[in-house]
Design a protein around this ligand. Sequence first.
Ligand SMILES: [Zn+2]
Ligand SMILES: [Zn+2]
Length: 260
Amino acid sequence: MRYASLGSGSKGNATLIAEGDTTVLVDCGFAAREAIARMERLAFDPASLRAVLVTHEHGDHGKGVRALCRKLNIPAYMSAGTAIGLKSRQEPHVRIIDATSTFQLGSIEVQPVIVPHDARETCQFVFSAGGARLGLLTDLGHITPFIAQCYQNLDALILEANHDPVMLAEGPYPASLKRRVGGDFGHLSNEQSADLLRQMDLDRLQQVVIAHISEQNNDPARARTVLAAAMPGHEHKLRISTQEAGFDWCQVQTRIEDPA
Ligand SMILES: [Zn+2]
Ligand SMILES: [Zn+2]
């Protein structure tokens, strides 16, 4: 399995997940034309995209979904709540998923995970393909025990580290927005993300991509320092995803099971 980002942050998110001849895009928070240009930048032919998966209706995830799906004539998979949020419930490209059930898209198994965020029915995803497991986890206000359990035994993880609490408190956002971002249905702070990493099997985890970093309320170096402290001896596995560049293709190595 391999994956890449078209860009990550409050101005737009989109992530490619690929295994064999199946490639899906998670979210399209860019205008369709911009998303296509960014896919081509990653040497990926948009015409071979199989589907878009949508985590939730916020503009930085859903803005370009309808136009991209129409242009490429592909379906968009999303929860019923997200379809309502996007005013797309009746549109022909939309496929409603059961957010509590795993489903298959070509060579990729998709496990939706419902997360606490201020949208109607936000799902993040764990992907299994080619003997490896990749977790994508952004846009949530806190880690529930259920989420921590779903994101166990991963080979790679794309993880939100949205804000530094002090920078958020002292930053330019109005008080209501500060409460929203830092609240239980907002976004993960660097420390909250580090807490999840402390619960994970770091020997198995090959890569951790730090994503959805706030340009106003965080600093990539600060995020990296806090997350690195949660994974002593594994700090070299950290990468940063940026708003402009996203990140280039990463290959997840298929795990060889130890003989019993
Ligand atoms: Zn977002
Ligand atoms: Zn959101």
